[in-house]
Design a protein around this ligand. Structure first.
Ligand SMILES: [Zn+2]
Length: 121
């Protein structure tokens, strides 16, 4: 939950920086790229055990078998079956793809910044 909020906030900052960067000062493209790198950095670590944890951090393997709610915060827990052991839970895998996308985008932004500064001179 906390990480989701942080990610949303940082993405908003990144977009604001990019808007300013492309309209007024190219330096802000660099700032946006750095913010995006930070955004992807806070997504770590990716653990298989995340599938067993509630968003509040409670270990759901201790949850009562008949219950569907987290005993700690009362959120509904959803069971997910994966065919193989050693596979990341769906939510974690989604976050991993998102992080790769952020990293690639920030790299592209660094390149755009470099090209813009290079052509200015
Ligand atoms: Zn919980």
């Amino acid at each position: 939950m906390n990480r989701t909020l942080c990610t949303g906030f940082l993405l908003a900052v990144c977009i604001a920086c990019l808007i300013v960067g492309f309209t007024y000062n190219h330096f802000f493209i660099l700032v946006g790229a750095i913010v995006l790198v930070i955004t992807s950095a806070i997504q770590f670590p990716f653990r298989e055990e995340e599938g067993w944890e509630c968003s509040c951090g409670y270990d759901l393997s201790y949850m009562h078998k008949q219950s569907t709610k987290c005993p700690e915060c009362g959120k509904t827990a959803q069971l997910e079956w994966s065919s193989m052991a050693g596979e990341l839970p769906r939510k974690t895998a989604k976050r991993l793809y998102q992080t790769v996308f952020f990293m690639v985008t920030s790299l592209v932004l660094f390149l755009i910044f470099a090209v813009l500064v290079f052509f200015k001179q």
